[in-house]
Design a protein around this ligand. Structure first.
Ligand SMILES: [Zn+2]
Length: 401
């Protein structure tokens, strides 16, 4: 058999099978059986897989660990499994740069299991897939090295921190290494969350993973709504602050067992904002976000815009105004209980910071200095990173009045 899995092989000179350094002469000990001796420091989980027909390839990264690939010698999968190898190195580099350095000396991608499953220093994935799907499952399981094995959250109690954060960072990674160039790489997660809300089966993310009424409600709460927790946090505190939050979270909590309060406190320290409200509403309730533009009307000084909060969950708002001459400006309405403001996410467009919205108030209004006849469109959150469950009332168009 060829064996692959978690840990560092201690006796490659006795084993061979592609583990030995190039040029090393393998000397098997006498006797009928061969003992594979692996050591795995700093792990809370392990896996091994054995197959007499495994091909074993090794890719030693210059700036990272040794990557091992174990797969069956089937003509129809060989090309994909060869091309998977440099993509695994790219993903390893992406996560190490964007979250924190991979701390182990090896990672093994092993064909086996019944889908994809993460283990320390390794994954078992099914092998007969399209190339995009093969890379996708590798990227997801490799991302769990950070959000499960290094940042070892209790995934039964806080499933959204495990599958959700993994989904978030793997969506970002896929967008980069597969050149997907999606404007919103998390679109699938948002759609998963919206369909959960529509299903009427949503339970709070703080529900124990084993206590959901239906599996789809667990899946969407953990994977989709969990990914949106982070992408939407980027909307609240700013994208740069979100990425800085992930790095600090890794630095402060690696090889520990972080809880929801830890990611919230990290984001608070990085952004200087209070985020209790965000953690509470998003993870402990099924409150939803729905803001709308109720009216845009002529006023003495220009144009009056009346906004409404329909959903129970409050959020800060970015508002884009487009004029008939093609010019644009943005307005930012901080949420009072954040006690802070993010930087202008649309740096090239003029931004006006308006007075805070006190969440209990269902309405909010402000004035444009230009007259109504000059206004072409008003848009709440053009990024669509705020998970507003009804975006029809987020856009006001002069043409359709
Ligand atoms: Zn996963």
């Amino acid at each position: 058999y060829t064996v692959g899995g978690t840990g560092y092989l201690q006796n490659p000179q006795e084993i061979g099978h592609g583990y030995e350094a190039p040029g090393t002469k393998v000397k098997r000990p006498k006797g009928k059986t061969l003992t594979w001796h692996f050591k795995a420091p700093m792990v809370h989980d392990f896996m091994w897989a054995a197959d007499p027909d495994y091909i074993h390839d090794t890719l030693i990264m210059e700036d990272g660990p040794a990557l091992h690939f174990f797969y069956k010698n089937k003509p129809e999968i060989l090309e994909n499994w060869k091309n998977l190898q440099p993509k695994t190195a790219e993903a390893m580099r992406f996560f190490s740069e964007n979250v924190g350095p991979y701390p182990y000396e090896q990672y093994s991608v092993v064909q086996g299991g019944d889908g994809g499953m993460e283990y320390a220093m390794s994954t078992l994935i099914t092998g007969e897939r399209s190339f995009g799907s093969l890379v996708g499952v590798m990227v997801h399981e490799l991302a769990h090295s950070w959000f499960q094995h290094i940042l070892a959250t209790n995934e039964a109690k806080h499933e959204w921190m495990d599958e959700g954060f993994t989904s978030f960072i793997s969506d970002l990674c896929m967008n980069t290494i597969m050149n997907e160039n999606k404007a919103n790489p998390f679109e699938g997660s948002y759609n998963g969350y919206y369909s959960l809300v529509l299903s009427g089966k949503e339970q709070p993310q703080s529900t124990h993973a084993d206590r959901y009424e239906v599996n789809a409600a667990y899946g969407r709460a953990a994977y989709s709504k969990g990914a949106v927790f982070l992408s939407q946090l980027g909307y609240v505190i700013g994208q740069d602050k979100l990425m800085a939050t992930l790095k600090k979270y890794y630095a402060d909590f690696k090889f520990k067992h972080p809880t929801p309060n830890d990611i919230k406190r990290t984001a608070e320290k990085v952004s200087g904002m209070e985020l209790d409200w965000y953690l509470t509403d998003w993870t402990q309730t099924t409150n939803t976000i729905d803001y709308g533009i109720r009216t845009v009307s002529e006023s003495k000084s220009g144009t009056h815009i009346l906004l409404e909060r329909i959903g129970l969950m409050p959020m800060p708002l970015d508002i884009l105004v487009v004029y008939n001459d093609g010019s644009q400006e943005t307005f930012y309405i901080p949420l009072q209980m954040m006690r802070g403001e993010k930087e202008n996410p649309y740096g090239q467009v003029k931004r006006t910071v308006l007075p805070d919205w006190t969440w209990a108030n269902p309405e909010y209004s402000f004035e444009l200095s230009k007259s109504l006849s000059e206004v072409k469109a008003v848009v709440i959150d053009p990024s669509q990173l705020m998970a507003d469950i009804d975006i029809n009332n987020n856009i006001w168009l002069a043409d359709s009045q």
